[in-house]
Design a protein around this ligand. Structure first.
Ligand code: HGA
Length: 605
């Protein structure tokens, strides 16, 4: 969601701030803005829409300095227009904010009573006014921020710039991440490592409740009790610093193609050379009566697929929950359960809240995350990595298949630990897991056929996705992917559920995408294909050669995925499912990497 970058340095910052915002575009946003100190006074340039609009505003009225802050906004409070775009300014204080200030109405009322006025509909403006009001009462910027932080409820990452202070930025975080970058005679603040990556490789990941005073000489960090603390300085990997599309048209396409490599990398974190599986932090599934998986969006579908694996391979009961429901449902929890949270960014607000709920209830918590320094990783008892690398396309692809690969490895390890699998069976499963990247490579070869059918599909108003077993959650993921990037209405259903309602949607030519390898459930799904074909559906069948041959009489548009062992087949089949959504979106000409209204990591609830 919102992106943040701030620079206090010894060289002009405006171009570098704009560059930083471009790197943060992937997070999703609907307006952007920057402020620099011009003759000791903050000068702002802001625009609704894409960064290009901000660039135009900036070019029409250029301004520069050695200190400044910039922001991409994904609106939560107030329309995404120029007035509501950050930075917000009150008196001498200029601020950018990621998150939601939950008590903003109360703060505004209080500040109104003191004669202060507001010009935006945002919650964030209250922070600027609160700090400026405190400074009016005769205290320093640092004291004013410290006091204001104790008044704020909700989630935030904040960066403040002050009129007349050309060697001072103050950053603070609670609930939303913020990093400090340490440069040579310069210091940076950013919402993630991507923001500061090309400027420096030395970063401090601020901890929950920390705030930091940044000057050209470096940063002083304070914890939530306002005690000065020393936080470790991490060295960014070179590939964390830059993200480029290479020869691909979109990051999404590049990330789909990276999957064989990153899935192999992720598997290597779990599967040893002798095909045994090692789990981190002493994770032992024989100690747990069940697994509670909690996640949002695509990650929750990875969890749904894993449910089949854990139950079938490890005979371990699993419940899967959507984090936003789980956290407020007051679920009755069994302390013998392992609570497993899945999140690409590790910052998903609802998933983090669900983790805290489980921790408070005394459960052991594990986090499957792509960002090891993230809040969810830091707060969980056990951290299980996916090694997908930075995912820039808003619609998740490689993070999803890496989650699946890791979850499959966990299920096999659980099967071995719980005695549900013999040593030989566990080894055979591990061997087929290691074969998944090769088959994913083969699955990429479906692209030409998929491209050929994309034009027709792009004209559809509604699309149904059907699957049974693990292919049911994969159908849900396929429908989500299509909705996200092509804006075509799509629904995923369990094929057996069709007759209980959704079959009423079928009209002449309605595309029905069936995901069904030739496995033990194929015949059942084939009957469902007959049912929709008889009602005029346009069938697209993603299957292997055998499945396509058997369904030939229905004349589906066929997508031939490679034959795969049932354990890994959903990982392999994810590839054509993603390619289909991708090519339909390209055909429609939508903004594939940054679809409207969507944000990459959902850091607000
Ligand atoms: N609440 C602020 C910031 C929104 C945000 O963090 N989005 O990710 C606003 O609406 O401007």
């Amino acid at each position: 969601m919102c992106g943040i970058i701030g620079i206090v340095g010894d060289k002009p910052v405006a171009e570098r701030l704009l560059d930083g915002l471009r790197r943060l575009e992937y997070r999703g946003y609907d307006s952007a803005g920057l402020a620099v100190l011009d003759d000791g006074k903050a000068a702002r340039r802001r625009a609704a829409g894409k960064i290009k609009a901000l660039e135009s505003a900036f070019e029409a009225d250029p301004v520069d300095a050695h200190i400044g802050i910039a922001h991409t906004r994904w609106a939560t409070h107030g329309a995404p227009n120029e007035t509501n775009a950050h930075p917000h300014r009150a008196g001498r204080v200029t601020v950018i904010h990621n998150g939601i200030i939950e008590n903003f109405r109360e703060l505004k009322d209080e500040l109104h009573a003191k004669g202060r006025t507001f010009v935006t509909q945002t919650d964030s403006e209250a922070v600027a006014v609160l700090v400026d009001q405190a400074m009016d009462e005769g205290i320093t910027p640092r004291e004013a921020v410290q006091g204001a932080l104790s008044r704020l409820e909700g989630a935030f990452a904040l960066v403040f710039l002050f009129d007349g202070e050309d060697d001072l930025l103050i950053g603070a975080r609670r609930g939303s991440p913020l990093v400090v970058g340490l440069g040579d005679g310069e210091t940076y603040l950013g919402s993630d490592a991507m923001a500061v990556g090309p400027l420096t490789r030395r970063v401090i990941y601020l901890k929950e409740g920390d705030w930091a005073v940044a000057t050209r000489a470096g940063a002083t960090v304070y914890d939530e009790d306002n005690q000065e603390v020393t936080r470790p300085v991490a060295l960014l990997e070179a590939n964390q610093a830059v993200a480029a599309k290479g020869n691909h048209r979109h990051f999404m396409e590049k990330e789909i193609y990276e999957q064989p490599e990153v899935v192999a990398r992720t598997l290597s974190a779990y599967v040893n050379e002798d095909l045994t599986i090692s789990l981190r932090d002493g994770l032992d599934f024989s100690q747990f009566s069940r697994v509670l998986i909690t996640a949002c969006g695509t990650a929750s579908f990875a969890g749904e697929i894993a449910r089949y694996w854990f139950e079938q391979v490890a005979k371990l009961p699993v419940e899967v929950d959507i984090a936003s429901e789980f956290r407020y449902r007051e679920p009755a929890l069994d302390t013998g359960a392992l609570a497993l949270f899945i999140s690409q960014s590790g910052e998903t607000a609802d998933t983090l809240a669900a983790l805290r709920y489980c921790k408070d209830a005394g459960l052991t918590t594990a986090a499957l995350v792509n960002v090891p320094e993230s809040s969810i990783a830091r707060e969980a008892d056990i951290v299980l990595p996916t090694l997908a690398g930075p995912e820039i396309g808003v619609a998740s692809t490689k993070a999803f298949t890496c989650q699946l690969a890791a979850l499959a490895a966990l299920a096999v390890a659980a099967g071995a630990q719980r005695g549900a699998l013999s040593k030989d069976e566990a080894t055979a499963h591990a061997r087929s897991l290691m074969h998944a990247p090769h088959l994913m490579n083969k699955a990429l070869e479906t692209e030409t056929d998929i491209q050929a059918m994309a034009q027709e599909l792009s004209r559809a108003r509604d699309v149904l996705y059907l699957g049974r077993g693990v292919y049911f959650p994969l159908a849900l993921e396929g429908a989500l992917k299509l909705k996200e990037i092509s804006y075509i209405h799509a629904e995923g259903y369990a094929a057996g559920e069709l007759k209980h309602g959704p079959i009423a949607l079928i009209e002449d030519g309605t595309p029905v995408i069936v995901i069904a390898p030739h496995d033990k459930l194929f015949d059942k799904t084939a009957s469902n294909m007959q049912e929709v074909a008889a009602r005029g559906a346009r069938l697209v069948l993603i299957s292997d050669e055998k499945g396509l041959k058997e369904a030939a009489d229905l004349e589906p548009a066929g997508i031939a995925a490679p034959e795969a062992d049932p354990l890994i087949a959903p990982i392999v089949y994810a590839v054509p499912v993603q390619l289909l959504a991708y090519h339909v979106a390209v055909e429609k000409g939508t903004d594939v990497d940054q679809p409207r209204n969507l944000a990459k990591s959902v850091t607000v609830e």
